[in-house]
Write a protein that binds this ligand. Sequence first.
Ligand SMILES: *Cc1c(COP(=O)(O)O)cnc(C)c1O
Length: 407
Amino acid sequence: MPKLSEDSVPQPSLAGSSNLDTLAVRSGIHRTAFNEHSEALFLTSSYVFSSAQQAADRFGNREPGNIYSRFTNPTVTAFQERLAALEGGQACVATASGMSAILATFMGLLKSGDHVVVSQSLFGATVQLLNNILGKFGLEVTFVPLADLQAWQQAIRPNTRLFFLETPSNPTMELVDIAALAQMAHAAGVLVAVDNCFCTPVLQRPLQWGADLVVHSATKYLDGQGRVLGGAIVGSQELVMDGGIYAFLRTAGPTLSAFNAWICLKGMETLPIRLQAQSQSALLLAQWLECHPAVARVYYPGLPSHPQYELARRQQRLGGAIVTFDVKGGQEAAWRVVDSTRIISITANLGDTKSTITHPATTTHGRISEQARSSAGIGSGMLRVSVGLEGVSDLQEDLARGLSITR
Ligand SMILES: *Cc1c(COP(=O)(O)O)cnc(C)c1O
């Protein structure tokens, strides 16, 4: 049998396409000499060198190629290339989880005494990471209201290095104008990183609006079926590969496993079609909730009643698959809705094909003070639904059961 080498194998072509649907299924493929049609899963921790010279050349960066799966694995590379293609970034590094992507961003770019400005409405663990862990190492942090551009401007200090944000925010679905923020940041020599977990590149491509880095929890929509944890950072070659992020990951090791990369790689093939379908259902559900007498308010960027509807239309392709709403009657009424569901899962996870429901005030945002919660606009009657692929009428019926008791 001949020795297997990728060089002699015809590689699939993208024919120059920049269409996201095409990139989602066709980008990042490196076929082996077996001519496999589906992407191969390489479960190997290391790679064999043909000689002592080759080993030395690989380690010395004189020859490209795989060395050790903490930092080079063909399946992980395929995942990275596919996500980079979708986000429109030069480079991508994959991480063990969304949190390790966020950690690597901070560890790679910042040092003791640096200052970061972040939106108040961040994922809970991101806040803990900044306050409780990185704070110990002398990182300075200022929290600002996401949509308040003036507050971002005023927070800039001589040692400010980075803006970090999520848009839309969780759970209140507030947006910030990424292009305006990037312009402000760059004028002050500050970088912008966007956690694009809620929208994914299918709905929003922050790099296109001027952001420098995009961070992902692949655990959510990229896998999309609630199976594995994963994360990634996308941006320029200079920032991601040469600027310290890759070096941190390579050395410290919170990188993506080949198996999880393979799951997310296959998950990404259906990402455009899932986000499209789940967003469409979310819009229908949001419209229905807005007319329901037991619902006080709906927070959904795809509804004309959303205060930033115009920005959402410009910046995002669709409203997304997360719908937040306030029920009348506070926590008791909200819990009744949660406990009356038969289809929708009671879980804090999101981005799954199975719809999930969360009561933020007593779960994801339960550890912050009542005052901080109310200033973030998170009331005791608030519920967040991550809309999956079930029939919309079933989801309506599932929520209507608890809402009708409330009324
Ligand atoms: C889930 C989530 C994270 C963390 O990702 P993990 O994969 O759970 O580590 C970060 N940011 C946002 C917005 C998330 O929803």
